[in-house]
Write a new protein. Structure first.
Length: 206
């Protein structure tokens, strides 16, 4: 539970800092976002008799600032990202757990500056602060794993702005250790799980 409380403090502090920055962001577009994520725990091969969830369907919500510099844009965000219903198995025994993250992506966008519809591509790093309500997994999580994300979307000017986009993130380094206790056994296998994610997202800015 210590990591969970620490992540909560990190999230509260980051949200406060982000909120304090909003009034000073004179040329920035302020927005909210939400979407679906298909998360993958990759780069881990369980031994015979063991198993670990490969895919999980979750959601994310957050806020962002967008700074336009001609056709180039910088877009930091603060996001809550949830991965529910993960499962570790050892023979007939299994445990269910979740992973949640406070994330700080920094997107670098290149857009086609058309009047109403502006297509764009993006790339950037994502710093994450993971935790789990299951203490046996929470203790195994890496402190601050990174992802690299790429994506594409549209910026639609409707008086306010809509930002539909699709993105893919590649884990850099392990998200967690693989030695999860499952009943009387410990999950065994080669490698450590990395977090990859496919994201469908809609943002609204004003």
């Amino acid at each position: 539970m210590g990591r969970t409380r620490n992540v909560g403090r990190w999230g509260a502090g980051l949200a406060l800092g982000f909120a304090c920055a909003l009034p000073t962001a004179g040329e920035a577009q302020i927005g909210i976002l939400a979407g679906y994520n298909r998360d993958t725990l990759a780069e881990f091969l369980p031994e015979d008799g063991f198993g670990l969830t490969e895919f999980a369907d979750g959601y994310h919500v957050g806020v962002f600032l967008n700074f336009n510099l001609a056709a180039f844009s910088i877009r930091p965000a603060l996001i809550y990202h949830r991965m529910p219903e993960l499962v570790a198995m050892a023979g007939e025994e299994r445990i269910r757990f979740d992973i949640e993250m406070v994330e700080i992506p920094l997107d670098f966008r290149i857009r086609l500056p058309l009047p109403a519809v502006q297509p764009y591509v993006l790339a950037g790093p994502v710093l994450t602060f993971p935790s789990s309500t299951f203490s046996g997994v929470d203790d195994l999580l890496t402190a601050r794993p990174f992802r690299a994300e790429v994506g594409a979307g549209l910026e639609l000017d409707l008086g306010f702005r809509l930002w539909p986009e699709v993105r893919y993130g590649f884990g850099i380094g392990s998200l967690m250790g693989s030695d999860v206790a499952v009943g009387s056994q410990v999950l065994q296998g080669d490698g450590e799980p990395q977090h990859n994610t496919l994201t469908l997202r809609l943002g609204i800015s004003f």
